[in-house]
Design a protein around this ligand. Structure first.
Ligand SMILES: *Cc1c(COP(=O)(O)O)cnc(C)c1O
Length: 478
């Protein structure tokens, strides 16, 4: 494949294969009906001794890979949150692979660093984020692989700031306590474990009837820990919880953090993208009180995985926590202090050139195109919720600020489980469940690149027809 003429032909074939795939997305069962080990059994036991033809490779995509693919890009995929990809992002990622640069420092590829800094400042404009997150002030943004990594980094910097940058040398002190809501993403608990805080020192704060954190309960938990001689240091608020897109009251939480000197991190992994539309910026009310913030363009902003935008108000604290300078990485640009070396802004040393795909997405869609995509997703969710509400057999189970509808059959957990399983086994659509107040609830997450109104109509028809066939549910017309 070092022969460039062959590369050119093969790459064109691969793009054709991909375009055909995207064109035919709706023909595939959304979720594959395969057993564990089935895909592997189609692969030879040992690697090939001699080079295989490109045709053989492409053919195996159809024979081996596609039958085991969950079609996340299908317009009938409503599981988890969207992981929407788009043409500009795919091409950006392809070119990033071809350039093959290592963006660990400015000196190892200046364009990779400067484009990243610049595009993250663009996102501040596009989303109306607080000015203190801009790189031109004391803060700045960086692309992390995932929100899980971003939240872990935030927790580490918070830990170091609280302990005056000493635990990096002497180990974690035993009294630190962190806070998040009982509805927060599991990555916060994972981060508390990894950072040596201990999962048992993460307090899960109670939520209100909208599943948002109760600031009063947070304040009491902090007071209790202080009275017991512990050291509260970190709060993670969620804008758009994973179960139901609940929005924690960031302003009230931020004021409590200020009063007690705690780091406020805001995890808006999924919902943050909505802020490209001015009418949804209320979700970030109070964000100027946050020390750090993250959201994933790789969920709802047309940028394929992986791409998390992570911002801090004080980049000096971040760099002091994570910087390291072995002799072999010394260079003039770093020593001059005039550049960002992103290896000091996250956990890995090596970094992909991910800014390229985000840059392509922003330019190819324009702010207008991004807003249209978000607005479509929200409007479809509101319309779908209206259909659920009008059917006596169903109930809505949580507020719907954005693009996620939580609903259930009134007939009980068993009926909802059977409904979910029957829908997913049909291959015609895909959705998952969660639990809210101990009840099993179905989640329909909208926002795929190719999802249109007709897909929601079909989904609702499938749901009502399937429900009608379940024992004890009936047709809903009587
Ligand atoms: C999806 C999600 C995450 C995890 O995202 P990754 O980028 O996969 O780590 C974290 N927090 C919230 C609120 C999420 O919805």
């Amino acid at each position: 494949m070092n022969d460039l003429a062959r590369f050119r032909r093969a790459a064109h074939d691969a793009v054709d294969w991909l375009a055909d795939y995207l064109e035919n997305l709706e023909r595939y069962p959304v979720c594959p009906a395969v057993q564990p080990g089935e895909i592997r059994s189609r692969l030879p036991a040992h690697p090939p001794e001699s080079a295989e033809s490109w045709d053989a490779l492409l053919a195996d995509l159809d024979r081996v890979v596609l039958p085991g693919i969950t079609h996340w890009q299908s317009p009938m995929f409503f599981g988890y949150f969207p992981a929407n990809a788009s043409g500009p992002a795919i091409i950006g990622d392809l070119i990033s692979s071809g350039l093959g640069v290592q963006g660990m420092m400015w000196a190892t590829s200046p364009a990779a660093t400067e484009l990243e800094t610049h595009v993250l400042d663009w996102m501040v404009d596009l989303m109306g984020l607080p000015e203190h997150f801009r790189s031109t002030g004391s803060g700045g943004g960086v692309i992390q692989d995932t929100a899980s990594s971003a939240s872990l980094v935030a927790l580490l910097v918070a830990r170091e700031r609280k302990t005056r940058f000493t635990t990096n040398r002497v180990g974690v002190k035993g009294t630190l306590t962190a806070y998040t809501s009982s509805q927060a993403h599991s990555s916060i608990e994972k981060a508390a474990g990894i950072a040596g805080i201990g999962r048992e020192n993460l307090r899960l704060i109670d939520v209100d009837h909208t599943y948002a954190m109760r600031p009063g309960a947070l304040d009491r938990a902090i007071q209790t820990d202080l009275a017991a001689g512990r050291t509260p240091f970190f709060v993670s608020a969620t804008v758009g919880t994973t179960s139901s897109t609940a929005i924690d009251p960031v302003r009230a939480i931020g004021e409590i953090c200020r009063r007690h000197g705690l780091w406020l991190h805001v995890d808006a992994a999924h919902a943050g993208s909505a802020a490209v539309c001015p009418e949804f910026r209320w979700i970030h009310d109070g964000l100027e009180l946050a020390d750090s913030y993250c959201f994933n363009p790789h969920k709802w902003l047309l940028t394929n995985f992986d791409c998390d935008c992570f911002y801090v108000a004080d980049r000096a604290a971040l760099i002091q926590t994570l910087s390291i300078l072995p002799e072999y990485l010394r260079n003039q640009a770093t020593e001059s202090g005039a550049v960002f070396d992103y290896r000091d802004w996250g956990i890995p040393l090596g970094r992909r050139f991910r800014a390229l795909k985000l840059w392509f997405v922003i330019r190819a869609y324009g702010a207008e195109g991004l807003r249209t995509h978000i607005r479509n997703g929200v409007a479809l969710a509101q319309e779908f919720a209206g259909w659920v509400k009008a059917d006596d057999r169903f109930e809505l189970c949580a507020p719907r600020p954005l693009n996620l509808v939580c609903f259930r059959l009134k007939a009980g957990d068993g009926a909802n489980e059977r409904l979910r399983d029957a829908l997913n086994a049909s291959g015609k659509m895909y959705l998952i469940h969660t639990k809210l107040d101990g009840k099993l609830v179905l989640r329909l997450a909208i926002g795929g690149t190719y999802t249109e109104r007709r897909h929601l109509e079909r989904a609702w028809a499938l749901i009502t027809e399937t429900a009608a066939g379940l024992p004890g549910v009936g047709s809903g017309v009587d």
